[in-house]
Design a protein around this ligand. Structure first.
Ligand SMILES: Nc1ncnc2c1ncn2[C@@H]1O[C@H](COP(=O)(O)OP(=O)(O)OP(=O)(O)O)[C@@H](O)[C@H]1O
Ligand SMILES: O=C(O)[C@@H](O)C(=O)CO
Length: 424
């Protein structure tokens, strides 16, 4: 297998978002969980998205895992590697976007890396280096209250400069609008000033196509699904990849009981849970009990098992920003996040033992904990449920299983019923 594009995603939902975008743009794509074992049977593909759970771990670990993934991808022929980050640039001043970018850049000897989290289809646009989430700057969006990476500065040149050893420049929208040659010239100018990475503005998909064409001439880029779209379109339009029609095999029906798990506390997920209450039984976990050692997973499984034969159920830990802040003040941010993720993983394991073959998970960290516990090594990409969220078919596991891993902020209010409607 010779890869046209190698991708490293810093969380599992982000990886499936990117795999979805690449598939829809005509690249045969698989999502792997970590670096695949040699004996994992992978189909012939144009792109591999290696999913890591490296967004919120210690920066040194994120660097070493990302470098190992890059080495694996380059070893399979990928001349370009995209480091997939969140479209809301989720990170802290300690990293991990800057440190990983610096390390991958040094490894591949890239003079200048293009960086953009723009993903216009989901309302993420970048102008003058400032990230907008819908109509508001990042620091005024619900991301300011994210449980793990509160985003309080919308100027990404500043944000990335605080994390990276490289000097950070800007390629503005006026330059992008002038086209590929203008972007190339601007990058050469920045490289001449010793600037090693640049935030590049993008508001429309056509901007991402320009960016993709320039990025494809380099060895490394950093961004969300939007730059993935640009790169995929560049690979198809230059004939490096023959555009493929998405295979229907990935979404074939599996039947059996279905369940949803929500660990995301985003506003979008809170609304989706409220809508789900109208059509399926919903159990709200008690996060305080989880942190004080009570067996909430057992309580949830005792509640779910007798209901599964009747239809899907939803189990949620999600709380409002005030409740999240209060819980974190009592128990610490990392301890709270970790304990709740592990409880979600316990519940997922118990549900699968009880026969669940269709599982929807909301939240990137939550999905990471669940997929790791279920020991799923990879996914084929099926139909799109909502922008950035495909149906996934597990590969390398016994029996058939469909999952949907929803990024916290993605999907409309009816997401859970939309997903279950497509996961037969
Ligand atoms: N009630 C709660 N109080 C505090 N923390 C919680 C609560 N429920 C879940 N969490 C933690 O909050 C974090 C949510 O992160 P997660 O990545 O799953 O969702 P998200 O950030 O909304 O999604 P994404 O990363 O896809 O945007 C997890 O660590 C989870 O365990
Ligand atoms: O880019 C996004 O917003 C998502 O794919 C994601 O990474 C959320 O975890």
């Amino acid at each position: 297998m010779t890869l046209a594009l190698g991708c490293i995603a810093d969380d599992y939902t982000g990886a499936s978002d990117l795999a979805n975008t690449l598939t829809r743009a005509g690249l045969r794509t698989v999502q792997t969980i970590g670096i695949p074992a040699d004996d994992l049977a992978l189909p012939e593909v144009d792109a591999v998205v290696v999913s890591l759970k490296s967004r919120s771990i210690e920066a040194g670990l994120a660097v070493s895992r990302s470098r190992a993934a890059e080495k694996w991808l380059r070893g399979r022929g990928a001349s370009h590697v995209l480091f997939k980050i969140c479209s809301t640039f989720d990170s802290t001043d300690a990293g991990n976007i800057g440190p990983v970018m610096d390390a991958l850049r040094a490894d591949c000897g890239e003079a200048n890396v293009l960086v953009t989290p723009a993903f216009p289809e989901t309302g993420r646009t970048v102008y003058q280096g400032n990230l907008f989430v819908g109509a508001v700057p990042l620091n005024e969006s619900p991301l300011k209250d994210h449980p793990l990476n509160p985003m309080r500065d919308s100027n990404l040149v500043r944000v990335l400069a605080r994390q990276s050893k490289t000097q950070i420049g800007l390629v503005d929208l006026a330059t992008v609008t002038r086209g590929v040659e203008a972007v190339r010239e601007r990058l050469a100018e920045l490289a001449g000033e010793g600037i090693g990475a640049a935030i590049i503005d993008a508001v429309f998909d056509r901007d991402l196509e320009t960016i993709g064409r320039v990025a494809a001439e380099h060895r490394l880029s950093v961004g969300a699904s939007g730059i993935g779209l640009g790169l995929a379109r560049a690979l198809v339009s230059t004939g490096k990849v023959k555009s493929a029609v998405a295979s229907s095999e990935a979404g074939a029906a599996v039947g059996g009981p279905a369940a949803c798990l929500a660990g995301s506390c985003s506003q979008a997920t809170l609304k989706q849970i409220a809508s789900a209450e109208k059509i399926m039984p919903v159990l709200h976990l008690d996060p305080d009990r989880i942190l004080t050692g009570a067996d909430e997973a057992q309580r949830a499984l005792d509640w779910a098992r007798p209901r599964l034969a009747e239809g899907p159920v939803l189990i949620a830990s999600s709380s409002t920003p005030d409740q999240v802040a209060a819980l974190q003040a009592r128990h610490g941010r990392d301890a709270a996040g970790h304990a709740i993720e592990q409880t979600m993983a316990d519940i997922a394991e118990g549900l699968v033992k009880a026969g669940v073959r269709r599982l929807v998970v909301a939240g990137g960290e939550t999905s990471g904990a669940v997929v790791d516990r279920l020991r799923i090594p990879g996914f084929l990409v099926g139909v799109e449920i909502a922008a950035g969220v495909p149906v996934l078919r597990a590969v390398g596991v016994e029996g058939d299983m469909l999952l949907a891993l929803k990024s916290g902020n993605f999907g409309g209010p009816e997401f859970f019923s939309d997903a279950l409607g497509l996961m037969r």
